[in-house]
Design a protein around this ligand. Structure first.
Ligand code: AHR
Length: 655
């Protein structure tokens, strides 16, 4: 492949953002007669795990927080008593072995003038919209002689306005599931509401799995929030890497993502503690991930637990590891097997008879953290067993291994803007001789919180030009983390692509950068080269090790313009992507060879900001969004000025 980054002339002096001295414009050359590589059809996808309240309090439609009362053994966290009622956790009256505790309401003081009950404020609010139907379900039983009725309601933030309510009667002393709808009238949209179940009849009632769902994407039962799904759908992602990340591993072996405990009726799922510090009901389980894939036409990229947990527990390769390998084989069968197989039949029983298409299986997550040296053996054991049963599957290793040649290696990069830009050309010189391809399974320019600002978007875009230009080896990539609940306390990891609260959601500038890359690339990478690309002088900060400041790392010259060119072989449209990471407009001369003519008119998509730390937020969700417009002055040889802090896609039409 022709190197895209050739001559460098220093147009910027020593600091990162100083003024440009006049020099000849950069020259960006595209050889349209030379296809350097195919754009990998799997290049752009999504990475997800339960972090930042991604599912519970995020994508998963459930509005009740701690619906199964297992978030704490010390009281009913996120629940409160109403009226003269008192609530306690009761382990002696469980619903079943999975949901082995219940919420006991002592409503002996209840009366018509002073109802007693239970209330839940959701994940930083219960959102309500006008003329909308919410599905309520819960398990309940009364003490002998208690029959209700119960009033199920959503109450406004003033504590008295009833936004919707419905009665449930005929309770018995046996556990029974109750399902009702709550429909709002012409109410104003609001989020600081409360869900409540009250009674005016004195007595004692036990509850379990108290659930409230808004309308979901594609109207799926136990489904997902529509606004976040739409943001994701708009990115046109090709795959979903799940279930982690650290969430796959768990802090300990017994808090890993134990997939068999996440399938079937949600009342049979015990839930587990996630490594990100909160309880997961596992209502969002393996089949829900797969349904999500189906809804957005993504391919699952399944990560299987590989015998290593975050706090360094590991399972020795050999006989000890066998049950975990079998678990992974069963999981693959659950995803791909037909209904004649044991786990394919289970999937059908769970509601999805058709198998899912799967090409990639990842063995573990970030196993370079396993200092025991066990990953070589663990990887080999998983790899060999999976290949023996599923020879067509491609296996991804999460760390370099000896003894086996993985199909794909997962590399993770969390970096500053300058680091991303400095490394944007790394893959240009990667050896092509190895059969092992690259999966950038987690990457992000970590600038901005809770979501990346324009600096983040620029670093990302520079990095994406490098991945796209080299997608003969970088087959697959996904940013991480994907989503964050921006309410106070919702975030465990800063710089997440999409933010939301109970009511609304937004894409960061980096989200839009990724969206314009993943929706404008065609299938061919064209050979490129360049000249006179300005650089800036970057001195990385000295790090501290064991409390001692280290010598500053070497300084580097870092490019300030990044580009790559791809083409849609059917239409002939060339997509030229140019990133100007600096605060001054930069001219570039574009020279296209190997094509008879390029139309003078075309289309441009530009994402730009006035300041590098400008950003989008829940209050200002659309401050920085791409602008698509018709443009002219194009051709086989033209000069164009790229605005300060900008990411531009030019659609060039061959004639
Ligand atoms: O994306 C956040 C975390 O970063 C992931 O869980 C883990 O794989 C990585 O260390």
């Amino acid at each position: 492949m022709t190197l895209a980054f050739v001559g460098v002339s220093v147009a910027f002096a020593s600091s990162a953002l100083n003024a440009q001295t006049a020099v000849a414009p950069a020259v960006l050359r595209i050889d349209a007669g030379k296809v350097a590589a195919k754009v990998s059809p799997m290049l752009y996808g999504l990475m997800t795990e339960e972090i930042n309240y991604s599912y519970e309090g995020g994508l998963y439609g459930e509005l009740i927080r701690n619906r199964s009362f297992k978030a704490s053994t010390n009281g009913a966290k996120f629940w409160s008593a109403l009226g003269g009622g008192t609530i306690t956790l009761d382990a002696s009256t469980p619903l079943n072995a999975a949901l082995n505790v219940s919420l006991k309401l002592d409503a002996s003081s209840a009366s018509a003038s002073s109802p007693a009950g239970i209330a839940n404020g959701g994940y930083w609010g219960i959102p309500v919209r006008p003329k909308t139907t919410y599905q309520v379900s819960f398990y309940a039983r009364g003490a002998d002689g208690f029959h209700g009725p119960l009033t199920v309601a959503i109450i406004g933030s003033n504590g008295t306005t009833v936004l919707a309510s419905v009665e449930v009667s005929k309770l018995t002393s046996d556990w029974k599931k109750y399902e009702v709808n709550l429909t709002t009238k012409k109410v104003a949209p609001s989020k600081d509401n409360t869900f409540a179940i009250t009674t005016t009849a004195p007595g004692t009632i036990w509850f379990q799995q108290v659930s409230l769902f808004p309308p979901t994407f594609h109207h799926r039962a136990n489904g997902n929030r529509t606004d976040i799904m739409q943001l994701l759908a708009d990115m046109n992602p090709k795959f979903l890497r799940f279930p982690g990340g650290n969430y796959l591993e768990g802090d300990y072996i017994n808090t890993r993502f134990d997939w068999k405990k996440t399938i079937g009726d949600i009342s049979q799922r015990p839930g587990h503690e996630s490594p990100w510090g909160y309880w997961s009901t596992d209502g969002f389980g393996l089949l829900e991930y797969l349904d999500w894939c189906e809804d957005l036409q993504m391919e699952p990229l399944l990560a299987v637990f590989a015998g290593y947990a975050l706090k360094h527990d590991y399972i020795k390769p050999g006989p000890d590891l066998e049950p975990y390998v079998q678990d992974a084989l069963d999981e693959i069968e659950y995803v791909t097997g037909d209904t004649g197989t044991k786990w394919g039949a289970q999937r059908a029983k769970d509601g999805h008879p058709a198998p899912f298409t799967l090409h990639y299986v990842e063995v573990g997550n970030e196993d370079s953290f396993d200092k025991s040296g066990s990953y070589d053996g663990r990887f080999a054991q998983f790899n060999d067993a999976i290949k023996a049963k599923y020879p067509n599957l491609k296996i991804i290793a999460t760390a370099k291994v000896r003894g086996r040649e993985p199909d794909v290696l997962d590399e993770h990069y969390y970096r500053s803007q300058e680091e991303m830009e400095f490394h944007a050309h790394d893959y240009d010189t990667y050896p092509r001789s190895s059969p092992t391809k690259i999966f950038c399974g987690e990457w992000a320019t970590r600038v901005g919180s809770p979501t990346p600002n324009m600096a983040g978007a620029l670093g990302d875009a520079a990095w994406m030009t490098g991945m796209e230009r080299n997608s003969d080896i970088v087959l697959i990539s996904c940013y991480a983390p994907l989503i964050v609940n921006v309410s106070p306390g919702g975030m465990q990891w800063k710089t997440d692509l999409i933010g939301y609260d109970a009511m609304s959601s937004y894409g960061s500038p980096a989200y839009y950068a990724q969206k314009i890359f993943s929706t404008h690339h065609g299938d061919e990478v064209l050979a490129t080269s360049s000249e006179s690309i300005p650089t800036f002088h970057w001195q990385p900060v000295a790090r501290r090790r064991n409390g001692v400041e280290q010598a500053p790392p070497p300084a580097h010259e870092v490019p300030t313009l990044f580009f790559d060119a791809t083409r849609d072989s059917k239409s002939g449209t060339i997509y030229l992507k140019v990133v100007n990471s600096r605060g001054e407009a930069q001219p570039a001369q574009i020279q296209i060879s190997g094509v008879s003519k390029i139309a003078e008119k075309g289309q441009s998509i530009t994402l730009k900001a006035d300041k590098v730390d400008d950003t989008n937020s829940i209050e200002e969700p659309m401050k920085i969004i791409p602008v698509m417009e018709k443009t002219k002055g194009l051709g086989a040889n033209f000069t164009r000025s790229f605005p300060p802090f900008s990411i531009t896609v030019l659609e060039l039409k061959g004639e």
